[in-house]
Structures are given as C-alpha cells and as structure tokens.
Design a protein around this ligand. Structure first.
Ligand code: FEO
Length: 182
C-alpha cells in the first residue's frame, strides 16, 4: 500500500502525463496542417510515449490498492509560431514534468516509501532522455533558422521515428509491452 498523500500526488501525475499527450497531439495536428508530416509523426510518437507514462502510473496506483481518480485535462494550445516555438514549448513542458517527478521522488523518500522510489526511478531516467531529445532538435532548428531546405531535411528525418511503446493497454501495461516486443 501507499499513503493517501502519495496516491493523490500520483493521480495528479497521471493528469500531467495525459496533458502531455494532449499537448503533443495538438502539435502533431498543427504540423499536419502546415504540411510538416515528419514533425507530425514525431509528435504523434511522443503522444504514444506519454500515454504509456500515464498508464504505468494508473496501473501502479491500482496495484497498490489505491483509487484512480481522473480529473479534467486542460485544453492545450492549438496554434504555434514555428517548429522552433513548438520544441521550445516542448522542452519547457518537459522541464516542468521533470520537476514534478523530482517532487514525487522527494515525497517517496520522506515517507520511506521504497516501492514508489523504485517505481519512480524509471521516470527519472526517462526525463533525461526526454529533455535530451528536445535539446538535440532545438539545436538543429537553430542551425536551420529560416532555411526551407534544411527544414525539409529535418522533416524527413523525423518521419522515420517509430513507436516503440505498446499502445494497447487492455490487458495491462506489462502484457502490452510483451506483446509489442518492447
Ligand atoms: Fe511523460 Fe514527456 O514526460
């Protein structure tokens, strides 16, 4: 079991991860609309990653015998100035998520909740990768500036990103990961 306070904090994290999915879904839609299909693909893959992040916590709360309490997901922005603007917003959002994961870890440590500490370690590692991915693309976009040819080349590169996470959670996250070969 986990404390009610930890359960509530984890429920709030489910909502943050679902908002992340919603944000990247919105960015994907915008990219499709302006003809950047590769960028749209990258953000849709990111959407799936965020759904996995949310589902892992959802399942953990239930496995600990606590209650999942879903809350409203706020609306994401729907218009963006440029690909650089989207990735700057993505990095800023991921830094916010990193801080929230750190807060959860602090709570788990304060409560001597070893199970939650072990569970949250995966997210600590994941956030390093999330921020690294964004920083890499921001660096490339800064080189590209207003060069359409460079942007098209990056668009083709981002089109190759594949979903490596399971997307069907009907039998639980673990069995979905096994079925997806993840
Ligand atoms: Fe679930 Fe992108 O952090």
């Amino acid at each position: 079991m986990i404390s009610e306070k930890m359960s509530q904090a984890l429920n709030e994290q489910v909502n943050r991860e679902m908002y992340s999915a919603y944000l990247y879904m919105s960015m994907s839609a915008h990219c499709n609309q302006v003809g950047l299909k590769g960028f749209a693909n990258w953000f849709m893959v990111q959407y799936h990653e965020e759904m996995l992040h949310a589902m892992k916590i959802y399942e953990y709360i239930q496995r600990q015998g606590n209650e999942v309490k879903l809350a409203a997901i706020k609306a994401p922005p729907t218009s963006f100035e440029s690909p650089l603007d989207m990735f700057n917003q993505t990095l800023e959002h991921e830094q916010f998520i990193t801080r929230s994961i750190n807060d959860l870890m602090e709570l788990a440590i304060a409560e001597k909740d070893h199970a939650s500490q072990i569970f949250l370690e995966w997210y600590v590692t994941e956030q390093v990768e999330e921020e690294e991915n964004d920083n890499d693309i921001i660096a490339q976009l800064k080189w590209i500036k207003d060069n359409p040819q460079g942007l098209m080349m990056l668009d083709r590169e981002l089109a190759a990103r594949m979903t490596t996470v399971p997307t069907d959670f009907s039998k639980g996250v673990e069995s979905a990961a096994t079925a997806a070969g993840a």
